[in-house]
Design a protein around this ligand. Structure first.
Ligand code: ZN
Length: 497
């Protein structure tokens, strides 16, 4: 394990804490995954990339991570309420499909999008529908603890009673009295004792499609319950990291904490992490605002807000240029800048892979250069250790890139760094870019070989002084986003930045 100390912002304590796993070097990480009833959008991308970086950096730091991310394929109702229609069932009725067809279709499409963004797959990806018996068991336990009650075949969590034992609202910093006064009065129809109570099990109406047998009724579990059931099953009652989007903090994660304490007598996770939202040109993303952009629309450019298509790596880079707890604003300008930044970095990555150290006579090590490289390399890890600050880490990485570029163009001799520093600079740059940031080259298969052939023809044309041919090749390649680089001793290519 690396010797550096990692600090993580814990939403529960509202401060950065030294990361100390419960059973080092093992780390258990649970992230709330997508509800699969529609195409993945920018919000999904941000959550997935955020926790991908957390997972990748922990792995890079020597931890053995078990990464669990669920798929919500049942029980998630309109507006996250306890009443109303299941979103998946609604879509299924609309398209005359089985609910399972709907969730399978969108789960597959989610996976394809996440793969394009180069996020690593979790080790376990449990589905809510595959864990109904576990959820029923939890309801039984909470009832036994006296912290839930049954009404007409439905079971509700008794928030007031729980609050007398253990404070409700610790994660989101909400006080129960304020929550109560802020919530709508229950109408005479409601089965709940207070508006804050939430469903653990709901009796299904006859037209409800997804339903299961239980001791209380033919029904379905409440949404919050699945995460308690699946996280405790695969990671234990108390595990290291629980992640998700900020919008899940309340009530979803707050309810998970209440459920965990009710049946396991402990908080489910030690560290709670939440990624912030993405806004579109300063506005919240929403279907009614016409600025709801799916990832497929982003990758194809097919949306009225978009001036062009943006590649998956551009989108990934864009997400990494902000700290995960800051809001991130989407605009064409910001995406175009991200595209440039990504191309710069990936050109450096290609160069770094081609460079080898050679000792030049009469070129002694330059302490100033060495010091600058050490400072930038140290800065990359200090930034990541400071609550996964990928934005700052990229800044330091660009300082390293300057040195790599200078060596490549012959401005600096590799000898000024000395063998050890030069090689650690190159290997850290490559490893950090591909393993931690997860940025890879976007290119068609065989591109390198084909460009090699074209550059050979280009060189021959140049030697024959056939400048018309030379210009033709340069222009054709430029149209494909490839720049021919004529240098003193070599001819190479780079992505247009
Ligand atoms: Zn969840």
């Amino acid at each position: 394990m690396q010797s550096h100390q990692l600090n993580v912002y814990n939403t529960l304590s509202r401060k950065k804490e030294l990361f100390e796993p419960i059973n080092p070097p093992n780390v258990g990480m649970y992230v709330c995954g997508p509800t699969v009833y529609g195409d993945a959008h920018l919000g999904h991308a941000r959550a997935a990339v955020t926790f991908d970086i957390v997972y990748r950096y922990l792995k890079y730091s020597g931890y053995k991570v078990r990464y669990v991310r669920n798929i919500t394929d049942v029980g998630h109702l309109e507006a996250d309420a306890d009443e109303g229609e299941d979103k998946i069932a609604k879509k299924a009725k609309l398209e005359q499909l089985e609910p399972m067809e709907v969730s399978q279709f969108y789960a597959d499409s989610y996976h394809r999008d996440m793969e394009l963004l180069n996020t690593l797959r979790p080790h376990i990806e449990p589905r809510a529908t595959g864990h109904i018996p576990e959820q029923i068991k939890l309801v039984e336990n909470i009832l036994k603890e006296g912290l839930a009650y049954e009404v007409n075949g439905s079971v509700y969590f008794d928030v007031m009673k729980y609050n007398n034992k253990k404070k409700y609202g610790r994660l989101s910093g909400r006080v129960i009295e304020e929550l109560l006064s802020g919530s709508r009065e229950l109408d005479g129809q409601s089965e709940k004792r207070t508006p804050l109570d939430f469903a653990l099990w709901k009796k299904a109406s006859p037209e409800h499609l997804m339903k299961w047998e239980s001791p209380w009724s033919l029904g379905f579990p409440g949404w919050h319950l699945e995460c308690t059931a699946m996280s405790s099953k695969y990671l234990g009652d108390h595990f290291d990291i629980h992640g998700g989007g900020m919008d899940l903090m309340f009530p979803h994660h707050e309810c998970e904490i209440a459920q965990g304490n009710a049946c396991h007598h402990t908080d489910p996770a030690k560290y709670w992490m939440h990624n912030n939202m993405i806004t579109i040109n300063g506005q919240k993303m929403g279907k009614s605002l016409g600025n709801f952009i799916t990832l497929q629309e982003l990758f194809s450019g097919d949306h009225k807000v978009l001036e062009q298509a943006y590649s998956p790596m551009t989108v990934r880079y864009f997400i990494l240029t902000a700290h995960y707890r800051s809001t991130l604003d989407f605009s064409n300008q910001a995406l175009q800048a991200a595209r440039k930044g990504y191309k710069k970095l990936i050109n450096g990555y290609r160069i770094a892979k081609s460079l080898t150290y050679s000792q030049e006579e009469n070129v002694p090590p330059d302490e100033k250069q060495i010091e600058q490289v050490r400072k930038s390399l140290g800065g990359i890890f200090r930034a990541m250790d400071d609550d996964f600050n990928s934005a700052q880490a990229i800044g330091h990485l660009f300082n390293v890139l300057k040195k790599i570029n200078a060596t490549y163009t012959g401005q600096l001799s590799a000898s000024v760094f000395g063998k050890e520093v030069f090689e650690s600079m190159i290997s850290t740059f490559i490893a950090f870019t591909e393993e931690v940031l997860g940025l890879v080259e976007e290119k068609p298969d065989e591109q390198d070989k084909l460009l090699g052939v074209i550059l050979k023809i280009y060189t021959q044309a140049k030697q024959a002084r056939n400048y018309q041919k030379v210009d033709e090749i340069r222009n054709e390649l430029k149209q494909m986003g490839i720049i021919v680089k004529d240098m003193k001793n070599k001819i190479d290519w780079a992505y247009e930045e």
